[in-house]
Design a protein around this ligand. Structure first.
Ligand SMILES: C[S@@+](CC[C@H](N)C(=O)[O-])C[C@H]1O[C@@H](n2cnc3c(N)ncnc32)[C@H](O)[C@@H]1O
Length: 214
């Protein structure tokens, strides 16, 4: 799948109140799980229109720095609009980054957040290893995504993951060099009358995995 699907969706992404609610739920779960302060260097990967970062900023106030990465030109155009219009802080950086196909930049981040992106990633170990490399000592990775589903979630052309088994993801995070893995319930998405649960996986450096929640 190329970037065309999200390029086309970018202009109206924020018009869907359910997307805003989901992003707020994810931000609330992240804020309650990890420390956020004025020294926190945040990377949102697969940021889309940065609804999650917007909600994080609304609850945390000023943070150390915001970098928003997405491989969709349409989404990056929306992100740049939000920076120039003052919705995002003026020093926000917008990156064209695809960690499946590019090396991790040399910068380090205290918090990496990714919401509803990993099921689109084919080379999951490659991207998780890049996250491990991008994290500063003691930094946190927060991944929100679908629990394993039956394939009904995507009605468009889709060749990614039908959600994730939490145990398998915990193992993949550990194999990528991340640790202190916990996975908990986070939010849900209702589509065509079906409710799809969404988890939040949190990880940092070397240790054991714990599954929490249902
Ligand atoms: C379902 S949208 C989620 C957007 C946003 N995180 C949210 O929760 O509203 C998935 C986003 O991930 C981006 N994406 C997908 N694969 C990617 C990749 N390999 N590298 C960077 N971004 C990617 C898409 O362009 C899209 O903006």
């Amino acid at each position: 799948m190329g970037t065309e699907h999200f390029d086309d969706k970018a202009a109206t992404w924020d018009d869907d109140p359910e997307k805003v609610r989901q992003a707020q739920d994810v931000a609330r779960a992240v804020s309650s799980a990890v420390p956020l302060g004025d020294a926190t260097r945040l990377l949102e990967y697969g940021a889309g229109t940065a609804l999650v970062t917007q909600a994080l900023l609304a609850s945390a106030g000023k943070i150390g720095g915001v970098t928003l990465a997405d491989n969709s030109p349409g989404m990056r155009a929306r992100l740049s609009d939000k920076v120039s219009s003052g919705v995002m802080p003026p020093d926000t950086r917008v990156w064209d980054l695809d960690l499946e196909n590019e090396p991790a930049p040399s910068e380090r981040f205290d918090l990496i957040v990714s919401s509803m992106v990993m099921h689109h990633v084919h080379q999951l170990p490659t991207v998780l290893e890049a996250f491990a490399e991008l994290l500063a000592d003691g930094g946190h990775l927060c991944i929100a995504d679908l629990d394993r589903e039956d394939g009904s979630f995507h009605t468009h052309d889709f060749d990614g993951h039908h959600g994730f088994d939490r145990g398998d993801l915990a193992t993949a995070l550990q194999q990528a060099g991340l640790a202190d893995v916990t996975i908990r319930d986070c939010t849900h998405i209702i589509r065509d009358g079906v409710t799809y649960p969404v988890f939040l996986a949190i990880a940092r450096g070397g240790g054991s995995a714990t599954l929490a929640g249902g």
